[in-house]
Write a protein that binds this ligand. Structure first.
Ligand SMILES: [Zn+2]
Length: 86
């Protein structure tokens, strides 16, 4: 659950357009379709191999806090639910 401050901060950031669309983090969060799908594949492989540490790293990049998180989320939504025609 988000507090009122986070909500306001997010709204202001949206209004002023200060949100970067490219990840500036050292971690390297994916912000394009290719990077997200690649990472999802890697996470899936790590899960199947039982490599919890690798899986955790992949999930951190997929889900961890990032200034470009809205861009990443939009890419994920697009992957999960392809754009509909009409
Ligand atoms: Zn980032």
């Amino acid at each position: 659950m988000h507090g009122p401050f986070e909500e306001q901060a997010a709204r202001v950031a949206e209004l002023v357009g200060k949100r970067p669309t490219q990840c500036p983090c050292e971690t390297g969060h994916p912000t394009d379709r290719e990077a997200v799908t690649g990472l999802l594949d890697e996470a899936d492989s790590a899960r199947k191999a039982g490599d919890i540490e690798a899986l955790r790293g992949h999930l951190t990049r997929l889900l961890g806090p990032c200034p470009a998180a809205p861009t990443r989320a939009a890419v994920m939504r697009d992957i999960v639910k392809p754009p509909q025609k009409g």
